[in-house]
Design a protein around this ligand. Structure first.
Ligand code: NAP
Length: 365
């Protein structure tokens, strides 16, 4: 296990990447050591992190204005905030009543925190009852496992919970995936294909082969095609899953694009196009047009349209493990960066908006 120092009898010093003030994450991050309280509640455990994956939401949380962080989220002034939600690691210590895990178990999951209790720390403390914590499948490395949870849970929430796709023999269902090569999109292609659906992916020229490898039956190159006419050609769709944001297709959600009144347009971003600000359901607050669109859809006066967030349920987590164990989904790693000194470079890479798959931090380096 990684060398660590004991700061007192009741705490452990954990190397971590933290920030104190809100701002651009590549500028505010610094490396330090934070104490982890080793006095555990009955159902708590400490996990030694082996890998963590980065997501655009880490950058967006860093960009939340300081006053919102202080007065609405109560993140704590001068408290170190640790970013990142996706992790894989080893159980280091357990509370007296922990039954699901034992010391040495390999685990992975999603520890989403708006208040800076994230995973870019050698050790983290969680409850064994966190619905998105589970045993790591043996067929995945820590790097691969860390790359999965947020992307998988987002895609499963969209395709299954909202879109009604099942892993069955219904081969006549079709999905259009905007942003098919990114962290979420590449998992969406794989999952839809694993569920026997017809997949149309949208990406740029350099990612065409990659998106085909991820399972797309058809690929639309957004750099040389008009998205509206190109996606109409392959439509209509049961689900349109937007992992990019914007409103390009919104005016066209008629029977050329959505197959029936059960078909649905799902965006995980919203109308916004800036990568730096928080999307998902938070976009409703700042975009009345999205609220009207969803309300119209709810009362049957418009196409089904919803902006959604991932659902952090145990049921979805179990589905994740099952599909991973069966080899139906495999993460693609865009790049791996060292925890010791290359975390800022990792966020710079993610912030380009050009990653293919996932950016992961290796805690052994
Ligand atoms: N609501 C939720 O619960 C939820 C959950 C997860 C993520 N999200 C949000 O979803 C978005 C995507 O997340 P991510 O992790 O997939 O991001 P990402 O990995 O950074 O996405 C990068 C990918 O986007 C592609 N892309 C950029 N512009 C495009 C365009 N106009 N058309 C098609 N593809 C385009 C890029 O491909 P090219 O290089 O080929 O352009 C690249 O492969 C982020 O805004 C994130 O915050 C929301």
């Amino acid at each position: 296990m990684t060398e660590s120092k004991t700061s007192s009898t009741n705490s452990l010093l954990s190397k971590a990447w933290v920030y104190y003030e809100q701002g651009p994450i590549t500028q505010i991050l610094q490396q330090t050591s934070i104490p982890i309280d080793t006095e555990l509640g009955l159902n708590e455990l400490i996990i030694e992190i082996k890998a963590a994956a980065l997501n655009p939401v880490d950058i967006q949380i860093g960009n939340i204005p300081q006053w919102i962080a202080n007065w609405i989220l109560f993140t704590g002034v001068n408290k170190p905030k640790v970013p990142a939600a996706d992790f894989s690691g080893i159980v280091y210590k357990i509370g007296n009543n922990v039954t699901k895990y034992k010391i040495g178990d390999e685990v992975f999951g999603l520890n989403f925190s708006l208040t800076g209790n994230g995973c870019l720390s050698q050790y983290i403390k969680l409850s064994e009852n966190l619905p998105t914590l589970t045993h790591k499948p043996a067929n995945l490395s820590h790097i691969e496992a860390a790359a999965i949870p947020l992307a998988f849970l987002t895609v499963y929430t969209a395709l299954n919970n909202w879109g009604g796709f099942q892993n069955d023999d219904t081969t006549d269902q079709k999905v259009l995936i905007l942003g098919a090569s990114g962290g979420v999109g590449h998992i969406a292609c794989q999952m839809a294909r694993a569920m026997n659906k017809y997949v149309v992916g949208v990406c740029s020229t350099r990612n065409i082969e990659f998106v085909k490898q991820m399972g797309a039956n058809e690929v639309i190159d957004y750099t040389i095609n008009d998205i509206v006419s190109a996606s109409k050609e392959y439509g209509p769709y049961d689900i349109i899953l937007d992992c990019v944001g914007g409103t390009q297709l919104i005016p066209y959600l008629n029977s050329d694009f959505l197959k029936s009144n059960q078909s649905i347009y799902l965006t995980i971003v919203g109308d916004k196009t800036s990568r730096g600000v928080m999307g998902g359901v938070a976009s409703y607050i700042f975009t009345p047009a999205m609220v009207f669109r969803s309300l119209k859809s709810m009362i049957g006066l418009g196409p089904r349209y919803y902006c959604i967030n991932l659902s952090l349920t145990e049921e979805n987590t179990n589905q994740m493990v099952s599909m991973l164990q069966k080899g139906m989904i495999k993460p693609v790693i865009d790049s791996v960066f060292e925890f010791s000194n290359h975390v800022k470079q990792a966020y710079e890479r993610l912030d380009t908006g050009r990653v293919k798959g996932k950016v992961v931090i290796d805690f052994d380096k």
